[in-house]
Design a protein around this ligand. Sequence first.
Ligand SMILES: C[S@@+](CC[C@H](N)C(=O)[O-])C[C@H]1O[C@@H](n2cnc3c(N)ncnc32)[C@H](O)[C@@H]1O
Length: 230
Amino acid sequence: MAAPTDMPDNFYENAKNYWSKIPATVEGMLGGFSEISFIDIHGSKQFLQPFLTMKEQIVTGNKGRVGRSRAVDCGAGIGRITKQLLVPFFDSVDMVEVNPAFLAEAPVYMGDAAKRVGNFICTGLQEFTPEPGSYDVIWCQWVLGHLTDADLVAFLQRCRAGLREHGIIVVKDNMGSSAASVFDADDSSFTRPRDAYMECMHRAGLRILKEEKQRRFPKEIYEVRMFALQ
Ligand SMILES: C[S@@+](CC[C@H](N)C(=O)[O-])C[C@H]1O[C@@H](n2cnc3c(N)ncnc32)[C@H](O)[C@@H]1O
């Protein structure tokens, strides 16, 4: 899958510039759709929770229960997901985010939940290497469009090595409706169709344990899907 020819050299810099102008609010994180945050978090909880109990092993073939020690929120923004989804489930959560202003706002937005953040890591995912064997869950939501295909595959491979025993990577993102990935010069990102995501996951050597469509989102936004990978 070749990257579109109109993709600029300063792909990562342009995205960073775009996000530096976005307010450090839930509204900013969700492109003006803050009202979907509750449904989004609820859908994520329903998707994740069975992996933390014995139940899901039967369905997915995961050989054991996903641990609850440590998670990482990739492209974390101000910590919307860290605060509402990950902190309630995990002892410690790391946040990886390219925009320093979002990480600076995180303790304010998160309040007490910020005490459970282990590391605030200010870097692009294209440069982030999880410590091998360190995370029970690596959560990647609404950020992977900011990586090129080659960087996405390499990132997923590093994530795979970063999992603890029985750990999972979760990808939750927009699924484009065109046959090919579409580049958006405005925020310097790709909207990938499901097939393009599947190809990258496959190339990274990952297997899909579970896939689900997020329900009850407004009709005018992209279809959103969740994948649990190992
Ligand atoms: C649409 S927001 C989603 C934030 C968060 N995942 C959520 O759902 O609330 C995308 C986030 O990805 C961050 N981002 C963009 N490019 C990135 C990159 N290459 N590496 C890490 N984070 C990036 C942005 O700064 C922004 O915080």
